[in-house]
Design a protein around this ligand. Structure first.
Ligand SMILES: [Zn+2]
Length: 82
Protein backbone atom coordinates (compact mmCIF):
# COMPACT_ATOMS: atom_id res chain seq x y z
CA UNK A 1 0.00 0.00 0.00
CA UNK A 2 1.41 3.36 -1.02
CA UNK A 3 0.82 6.00 1.63
CA UNK A 4 0.19 9.61 0.67
CA UNK A 5 3.11 11.89 1.55
CA UNK A 6 3.08 14.36 4.44
CA UNK A 7 2.56 17.15 1.90
CA UNK A 8 -0.45 15.26 0.55
CA UNK A 9 -1.94 15.01 4.03
CA UNK A 10 -1.42 18.71 4.61
CA UNK A 11 -3.27 19.41 1.39
CA UNK A 12 -5.97 17.05 2.65
CA UNK A 13 -6.24 18.80 6.02
CA UNK A 14 -6.43 22.26 4.49
CA UNK A 15 -8.59 21.02 1.61
CA UNK A 16 -6.17 22.44 -0.90
CA UNK A 17 -6.74 19.78 -3.51
CA UNK A 18 -9.40 18.59 -5.89
CA UNK A 19 -12.54 16.92 -4.59
CA UNK A 20 -11.52 13.65 -6.25
CA UNK A 21 -8.12 13.75 -4.58
CA UNK A 22 -9.74 14.57 -1.26
CA UNK A 23 -12.05 11.55 -1.58
CA UNK A 24 -9.17 9.28 -2.60
CA UNK A 25 -7.03 10.25 0.38
CA UNK A 26 -10.05 10.00 2.68
CA UNK A 27 -10.66 6.42 1.49
CA UNK A 28 -7.01 5.65 2.15
CA UNK A 29 -7.28 7.17 5.62
CA UNK A 30 -10.28 4.96 6.42
CA UNK A 31 -8.40 1.82 5.35
CA UNK A 32 -4.98 2.64 6.79
CA UNK A 33 -4.67 2.92 10.60
CA UNK A 34 -1.17 4.35 10.29
CA UNK A 35 -2.28 7.30 8.16
CA UNK A 36 -5.50 7.69 10.15
CA UNK A 37 -3.46 8.13 13.32
CA UNK A 38 -1.17 10.65 11.63
CA UNK A 39 -4.09 12.69 10.29
CA UNK A 40 -5.86 12.58 13.68
CA UNK A 41 -2.73 13.91 15.40
CA UNK A 42 -2.38 16.73 12.90
CA UNK A 43 -6.05 17.58 13.20
CA UNK A 44 -5.64 17.82 16.97
CA UNK A 45 -2.61 20.09 16.51
CA UNK A 46 -4.58 22.15 14.01
CA UNK A 47 -7.43 22.48 16.54
CA UNK A 48 -5.06 23.54 19.34
CA UNK A 49 -3.25 26.07 17.15
CA UNK A 50 -6.52 27.62 16.01
CA UNK A 51 -7.26 28.51 19.66
CA UNK A 52 -3.82 29.91 20.33
CA UNK A 53 -3.55 33.64 20.97
CA UNK A 54 -0.45 35.74 21.28
CA UNK A 55 0.60 36.65 24.80
CA UNK A 56 -0.05 40.32 25.68
CA UNK A 57 3.69 41.13 25.53
CA UNK A 58 3.77 40.10 21.87
CA UNK A 59 0.78 42.14 20.83
CA UNK A 60 1.34 45.22 18.79
CA UNK A 61 2.80 48.01 20.89
CA UNK A 62 0.37 50.83 21.42
CA UNK A 63 1.70 53.63 23.62
CA UNK A 64 -0.80 54.77 26.19
CA UNK A 65 -1.88 58.38 26.12
CA UNK A 66 -0.60 59.94 29.34
CA UNK A 67 -1.79 63.55 29.65
CA UNK A 68 0.10 64.10 32.91
CA UNK A 69 3.42 63.33 31.17
CA UNK A 70 2.68 65.88 28.47
CA UNK A 71 1.62 68.45 31.09
CA UNK A 72 4.90 67.99 32.99
CA UNK A 73 6.86 68.28 29.74
CA UNK A 74 5.00 71.47 28.79
CA UNK A 75 5.68 73.03 32.22
CA UNK A 76 9.38 72.02 32.02
CA UNK A 77 9.73 73.56 28.55
CA UNK A 78 8.01 76.74 29.62
CA UNK A 79 10.40 77.06 32.61
CA UNK A 80 13.41 76.66 30.32
CA UNK A 81 12.33 79.61 28.19
CA UNK A 82 11.75 81.92 31.16
ZN1 LIG B 1 -1.46 4.95 4.79
Amino acid sequence: MKHPSNEDWLSFLYEECSTEQLKSWDRHRQECPQCAQLVDQWRESQRILSKWELAPTFRRYRPAFRPHVWAIAAVALSLIHI
